[in-house]
Design a binder for this molecule. Structure first.
Ligand code: GLU
Length: 338
């Protein structure tokens, strides 16, 4: 049984091109986030994509009170606009439960009590990436009796309830290729990389991978622009689209190089305060933030103040550097210069 999550029910109509700005309210937006949003907005403006603002507030413990409003305020201040939203993911979990039910009906998800420690102890090889160790599948059901227990578990405990179980997706051991309008094609075997991955957490919340697919599909998102730290996540998302019977809704991807600090690591607190709100409090006008991003994006040869509208006119992926952008002391000094 496949379900459709589109807002419009007319699947025969060609989808209106649409993108989303999807901040996670886990902290204040910094220069790296601002760059991704600005480029996403510029591409949307140039190509007449509809823009939806989606607040990705399902990351329980990492959510910071008020940072949703902070993000909205910062986006507006920078000159970024949208047509629809904000939509909050946590406002209604029903669409995610429906998707889980569709997966369960196909025997593709199962509850898993494994702890991080247990997973780490079972691994002899180094892990695939910094964030997620490969899960070797030791709680994956194999027999009919196992699947009956899974069904019983779902009946007794529901699909999205807090408990000692996360839900994992059965992932085929098969590589897939992710095509991107900017990043080179990536061939990823999700099973080899992370194994059966979590789609709902022990906190009883949909995991990012599931939520993003359900929402991109039901909000009819056709173009996804985001940091290239999520390039490999796209492969996980592909499997979900496929199993939900929505392969035709897989969006076009543009994964952008991240902003890094002088040490080459992803821009973060350790590099000092690069929060947009802090620059704003220090009297930096939005045109300087945009001007710096324009310089780093290859639009200008030297740092020059610029409005978001002008950025949207002049931005091109053709001149965007393909390597991570380093945010230097010189950059922040220029922002703060009188
Ligand atoms: N909410 C995610 C973030 O802020 C973006 C996820 C996505 O674009 O798919 O990093």
């Amino acid at each position: 049984m496949n379900q459709t999550y589109r807002y419009d029910n007319d699947l025969s109509a060609p989808a209106t091109p649409a993108t989303r700005l999807a901040p996670s309210p886990t902290g204040a937006l910094h220069l790296g986030n601002a760059r991704t949003f600005l480029i996403n907005w510029a591409l949307a403006t140039q190509n007449n994509w509809r823009i939806i603002l989606r607040i990705e507030d399902l990351d329980g413990p990492r959510i910071k009170q008020g940072s949703d409003l902070g993000a909205i305020d910062t986006l507006r201040w920078l000159g970024i606009t949208w047509h629809d939203g904000p939509h909050y993911q946590a406002a209604d979990l029903t669409p995610y439960t429906h998707a889980m039910q569709t997966l369960l009906d196909q025997r593709l998800i199962y509850p898993c009590p494994a702890t991080r420690k247990e997973i780490e102890a079972s691994l002899s090889a180094p892990h695939a990436d910094d964030h997620e160790r490969r899960y070797p599948g030791f709680h994956r059901p194999t027999t009919d009796a196992d699947w009956q227990r899974v069904q019983q578990h779902a009946n007794d405990r529901g699909l999205l309830n807090e408990g000692d179980w996360a839900w994992r997706l059965i992932v085929p051991d098969q590589p897939i290729t992710i095509h991107d309008t900017f990043a080179p094609p990536a061939r990823v075997n999700v099973q080899q990389q992370v194994g059966d991955f979590v789609i709902a957490s022990k906190a009883g919340l949909p995991a990012y991978q599931l939520a993003v697919v359900v929402d991109d599909a039901r909000q009819s998102i056709t173009h996804v622009v985001r940091g290239d730290d999520l390039l490999h996540a796209s492969a996980r998302q592909h499997w979900l689209y496929k199993f939900l019977g929505q392969e035709d809704l897989i969006p076009s991807y543009t994964h952008l190089p991240l902003v890094v600090g002088p040490d080459g690591r992803r821009l973060a607190k350790r590099h000092g305060d690069t929060r947009i709100a802090s620059f704003r409090d220090a009297g930096v006008p939005p045109e300087r933030i945009v001007g710096l991003i324009a310089y780093q994006a290859g639009i200008t040869q030297q740092r020059t103040p610029m409005t978001a509208a002008q950025f949207a006119t002049e931005f091109s992926l053709d001149t965007l550097p393909r390597t991570p952008v380093t945010c230097t002391q010189e950059d922040t000094d220029w922002l703060l210069a009188p």
